[in-house]
Design a protein. Structure first.
Length: 367
């Protein structure tokens, strides 16, 4: 039902203001570091960034844990879990199902356990087995001492990341996608995920969705201090948080856009697969997500350290082959310009479907 424009604007502004007051914290979690170390020792894809993580940290970690590369938890991850989907973002997904309380690893019983098809990538039996072995790893290796000794480093990561987080207007999510009081944002860091970054969602049993942006990209500045460059970190945080909104919207309208998505995907299928976007839905999600990042930056400009928004768009369009991105950026302007017509992004999706299906693939010139 359409509402009067004045009511809509008051609702959006009030909701945005309320949401912007929520405290969004940068956190370094023991659970994710524990699982990441096991994944690193097991040489799981996404956890072997020797040259792209903090070198001093990696050298020390490899030295301390070298005797445990054949620990049962590591062997189980390598032989039983890796080929079934325990790679890239999923070890983090598993870690965020857990809580470490006084040295005991427990399932977080406040969560809906099978949210977002979690058990499509691990069976409950194998999950329980892995958690049991993870407890043995926790007890039988120097992990606890290692983690405690490096808390000053983790706290330095939190402090550096918090500076970037505090620059983000999280109220934009309510104004751009529509009010949502049942979600919270968590920005977490992991040195071991190197240059990678992941989006993970959990649902609490009380109906609160917990949105995690798991951030790598840890570096040091010329003074040797932990550093997260605003020009790349802030857009990545937006990107990972956007997945929580864009992916479900694309999935709801998939039947209406899947043919065009396949047409876009097919000519570059091998390339997309090489960058972990091996299905049309992944390419559409990434394109939608990136277009929303650009819309945020248009409204909330930041210093991109010499780069322009046009540079970012070209990187998406040319290097990542998100050929639809300019059309989506353009059509999303209509959503912002007409909040009376489109109170939420879900209301806007018919126009989004139209824009997708009207897209004409660029002609390939032949010599």
């Amino acid at each position: 039902m359409k509402k009067h424009i004045t009511i809509i604007m008051l609702l959006v502004l009030s909701s945005s203001h309320c949401f912007s007051q929520r405290e969004v914290k940068a956190k370094y979690l023991e659970e994710t570091e524990l699982v990441s170390i096991v994944a690193h020792l097991a040489e799981i894809p996404g956890y072997t960034w020797e040259d792209e993580a903090l070198p001093d940290y990696m050298v020390e970690l490899d030295s301390v844990f070298a005797p445990y590369k054949e620990h049962p938890a590591v062997i189980y991850a390598r032989k039983e879990l890796m080929n079934e989907g325990f790679n890239w973002n999923f070890p983090i997904d598993v870690a965020l199902q857990l809580k470490i309380i006084e040295g005991k690893i427990r399932f977080n019983d406040s969560l809906v356990s099978d949210y977002n098809d979690y058990y499509d990538r691990i069976t409950r039996k194998k999950e329980k087995r892995f958690v049991k072995l993870l407890q043995h790893f926790y007890d039988e290796t120097p992990f606890r001492e290692f983690y405690e000794n490096h808390k000053p480093l983790y706290q330095e990561c939190e402090k550096a990341m918090q500076k970037v987080v505090d620059m983000i207007d999280f109220g934009w999510y309510d104004s751009f996608f529509g009010p949502n009081e049942n979600s919270t944002f968590n920005i977490c860091m992991g040195i071991l995920i190197g240059p990678a970054n992941y989006a993970v969602n959990k649902m609490r049993k009380d109906g609160q969705e917990v949105i995690y942006a798991m951030m790598g990209c840890c570096d040091r500045d010329e003074k040797g201090q932990i550093y997260y460059g605003v020009e790349y970190t802030l857009p990545i945080i937006l990107h990972e948080c956007n997945h929580s909104y864009c992916n479900p919207l694309n999935e709801k309208v998939w039947e209406s856009i899947k043919d065009k998505a396949q047409e876009i995907f097919t000519p570059n299928a091998k390339f997309y697969d090489s960058i972990a976007y091996g299905a049309p839905i992944y390419v559409m999600n990434e394109t939608f997500v990136e277009a929303c990042v650009i819309r945020y930056l248009m409204k909330n400009p930041i210093d991109l350290n010499g780069y322009t928004l046009e540079d970012l768009i070209k990187m998406d369009e040319v290097k990542k082959k998100f050929v639809l991105i300019r059309d989506i950026i353009k059509v999303l302007e209509e959503r912002e310009a007409h909040p009376d017509r489109y109170p939420t992004m879900e209301d806007f999706m018919p126009r989004y479907i139209q824009a997708v299906n009207e897209f004409k693939m660029p002609e390939v010139s032949t010599p």
